[in-house]
Design a protein. Sequence first.
Length: 373
Amino acid sequence: MKNSLEIIPVFEAIKLGYLQTRIPSIVSTARGTLLAFCEARRGSGDWAEIDIVMRRSFDGGAIWDDVKVLAKSGGGPVSNSTPIVGCDGTIHFLYQQDYARCFYIYSMDDGVTWSKPREITEAFSSFRPEYDWEVIAPGPGHAIQLKSGRLIVPVWLCDPAGSEVPGGDHRPSCVSTIHSDDNGFSWSRGEIALNTTLEFLNPSECAVAELSDGSVMLNIRSESAKHRRIISISPDGAVGWANARFEEALYEPVCMAGFLGITDPRNGRNILLFCNPDSRHKPEESAPEVHFCARENGVIKISYDDGETWPASRVIDAGPFSYCDLAAAPDGTIYCLYESGIWGEPPHHQNTHIALAKFSLEWVENNPAKTRI
């Protein structure tokens, strides 16, 4: 499939007995198993009754086993799936409950069985002297283990005190990481990487990748007027975050994005992949305080120089395309699990389906349109 794209359905809300399937995450294990996760929502909002469900595939996504409920709602949201593939084969997994508690589970058998949930909210509680949050969440999307062995999970926190948004929503916000140096047994907070300002408005859902020199890059969603992703770099993923900057090549429609660092199997070099709805052609004013843009036209981009430039890109799906996550197989096959769904009221459309796009690096690079988005 060196120059082809395959799109495979994975989750469909109505077939599962839910209203929506949203917020995908995906990993490819050391054994080559694909683990796909999403939120199965009985209501339409982030605070609805939400379960986390998963499926497994042993053949690169062609066939999927039955849907399994991994974490069940207690009446509110159980969400923000954040899996990590450990170097020893362990699958670590974090999620939040009611945007107030964080839990950790793990699997030693590629997701067949899972440990009992263990609460790790204390790692977030240690932010309180500096940032008195009311809302917390990991990810969503996969997190990583560094070459040093450290587990790094991007997180965002919200302190709505004084906000005009009722009910403790997702703003104003800041971003940071939590990490574990003992294979998930204990978790600690990092420094706050970015807090909201007039320039960097409400940074929230972020993704993380290790760069060629071992440093760690945060790729951050925000509601900033510039409509570009925000980048910050730390030497170890926890402290010393460099001055944040907008990345001109990466458009921000105000949406979670997929971000992945891999070793190119063709030459051994480190490359970065980024994917989101690049809808700069179709802006929408959907709320007075946030300039959302249409969640459609999903584009994958490649950087060969640790994010300095993004010379290769290609459209995956020009239709509805919202949240997504990326994974890669050892042979270089790339997987994008994304919210597709049905055309509806913009900018968000109707989040009823989650699909898997499967393609190669060559497919992106050999874009016949020679698009440079």
